[in-house]
Design a protein. Structure first.
Length: 529
């Protein structure tokens, strides 16, 4: 018996087809994983179920929830369905939460507004729900604000808001994309437990086949607004009858063709790095002990080497990265690039020219008002004699073509490109002044698996062509294993394990490394033939 039954759902926005004859079923107590690339229609399908489509949308087909035809409901009747019968969890919890309200107020608000509970009863119910999602009292009082929580804890608050009214259906849209592997495993286990305990149906939207294979009972593969393959998860992944399903699987396990690094000349040297922050205030005069974010970290990154840095959120990766970039002062130790010291506020122009960075969100790191030519040439201010006129145009064309784009793309704006193309432009910007080291901070974590495979191939090719070195920071251990020569494992501000990547992954010596690997989702096994 289906809880949610979608048949022939077709959506066009201002005449542009978005969904084509989509049919899905979600049974009580089961999780449906919906997989596909960006633009495949995954999120639009979820929004269609919630009747939250943008203006100009034309809809045909039917959406039935527990026998009710939602596509016939007025907006007033749908307001009674949202929250009470269908709950939704979004990808970015900080965007979904109000930073000015406590977590207790945000969970209890829906109970007060929709169920008419008194403030006292609503807060009591909020306390029960937060306890249930793993945020117990007194460690997580109702008076905490979102900024006082980690990413995984904020996502638990969003889940608490979604289940507060005990809905029949839970929709989770990329709920773990930005989370580290252990937090991701906890959130997925939480969703699985809630579905099992409450008998809810759930839709888990993701681009990660490994995530779906470990938690979903059924799966639907979407491409260009259509469901191209669907069925029980084990059966779909065992046979992969559609070419697109096979292409996603191959991209998920893709290994760039990259010869092993040889050489031991240090490029980046980190020696005994220490970074502390003042403890939070305790009353008028007291203060907690200082927080040590980076605690005596030492390592070398060699010329032409790809070095991975992994660890959970809060382990100190970002603080260490900012110190390497000269954006964070140290209280002890030193950092040097080819012998030149990296000191916050006093990094030489020459050192900055040899050290570039590519961030996680390519769109957020660009000014949308500028054309690509201007964006890519931003690092030219670090050169003593930056090219001008035709020489500048040639440099831009070479950088864009080096990352697989066209010289004519220089005249476009950033919004005209896909996520993968924007990341290529970010790499072109880092590459254009021919640095020695590029820091890649979660540079592929938000990309679809096929686009991610292309970017990893590109990075491997650029390493060989330009003898580049990379510091590859990521919570995706699969990616780190495929692209790096050595890996550092960081926990509570310290490097607890390091060594050749394959040796560390195949035979980890530290318990923490073993726990990270155990929490990492595993790709499904594909049947022979």
């Amino acid at each position: 018996m289906s809880l949610l039954r979608v048949r022939g759902l077709t959506v066009a926005i201002h005449g542009t087809p978005i969904l084509r004859e989509v049919s899905l079923d979600v049974a009580p107590g089961r999780i449906l994983g919906v997989i596909g690339e960006s633009g495949s229609g995954k999120s639009m399908t979820a929004l269609s179920v919630m009747r939250l489509l943008p203006s100009g949308a034309e809809v045909s087909g039917t959406v039935r929830l527990d026998g009710q035809v939602l596509t016939d409901f007025s907006e007033r009747r749908m307001r009674a369905v949202r929250g009470a019968q269908v709950g939704m969890v979004f990808q970015e919890p900080m965007t979904a939460l109000n930073p000015l309200q406590t977590i207790g107020d945000q969970v209890s608000e829906t109970l007060r507004l929709h169920d008419g509970l008194s403030p006292r009863l609503a807060r009591a119910r909020a306390r029960e729900v937060l306890d249930r999602v793993g945020l117990p009292d007194p460690e997580f009082p109702l008076g905490r604000y979102p900024h006082e929580l980690s990413g995984g804890q904020r996502q638990r608050v969003v889940i608490a808001m979604a289940i507060a009214r005990r809905p029949k259906l839970l929709i989770a849209d990329e709920p773990t994309t930005a989370l580290d592997v252990t937090t991701q495993a906890q959130i997925l286990a939480l969703i699985r437990r809630l579905v099992d305990e409450d008998g809810m149906g759930a839709i888990l939207i993701t681009h990660d086949l490994a995530v779906v294979s470990g938690v979903a009972d059924d799966v639907a593969i979407m491409r260009a607004g259509e469901v191209v393959e669907a069925g029980p998860t084990a059966e779909v992944f065992a046979h992969m009858r559609h070419p697109y399903t096979r292409a996603l699987f191959d991209a998920s396990g893709h290994h760039p063709d990259r010869p092993p690094h040889e050489g031991d000349v240090p490029l980046l040297q980190v020696e005994g790095a220490v970074r502390r922050y003042p403890g939070r205030r305790l009353g008028l005069w007291g203060r907690a002990a200082p927080k040590v974010a980076v605690d005596g970290v030492s390592f070398n990154l060699r010329h032409g080497e790809n070095l991975g840095l992994v660890g959970e959120s809060g382990c100190g990766k970002s603080t260490l990265t900012r110190a390497i970039l000269g954006l964070e002062p140290l209280q002890g130790g030193r950092i040097a690039l080819d012998g030149a010291p990296i000191v916050a506020g006093a990094v030489s122009v020459a050192a900055r020219a040899r050290l570039q960075v590519v961030f996680q969100d390519p769109y957020g790191s660009f000014n949308p008002r500028h054309r690509v030519a201007r964006l890519v040439t931003e690092p030219f201010h670090l050169l003593d004699r930056p090219p001008t006129g035709p020489a500048r145009d040639i440099a831009v064309a070479e950088a864009l073509e080096a990352v697989g784009l066209q010289a004519s793309d220089a005249r476009k704006h950033i919004h005209e490109f896909s996520g993968g193309q924007r990341q290529r432009i970010a790499i072109a910007r880092a590459l254009i002044i021919k640095p020695s080291l590029i820091v890649l901070d979660e540079a592929v974590s938000a990309l679809d698996v096929q686009v991610r495979a292309q970017i990893l191939d590109l990075l491997a090719d650029l390493t060989e062509r330009y003898r580049l070195s990379y510091l590859f920071i990521s919570h995706d251990l699969h990616v780190v294993r495929r692209i790096t020569d050595r890996v550092l494992v960081m926990k509570e501000g310290r490097i607890v394990e390091e060594g050749p990547t394959e040796a560390v992954f195949a035979n980890p010596t530290h318990a923490y490394t073993r726990s990270l690997l155990a929490a990492t989702p595993v790709l499904p096994t594909r049947a022979a033939g």
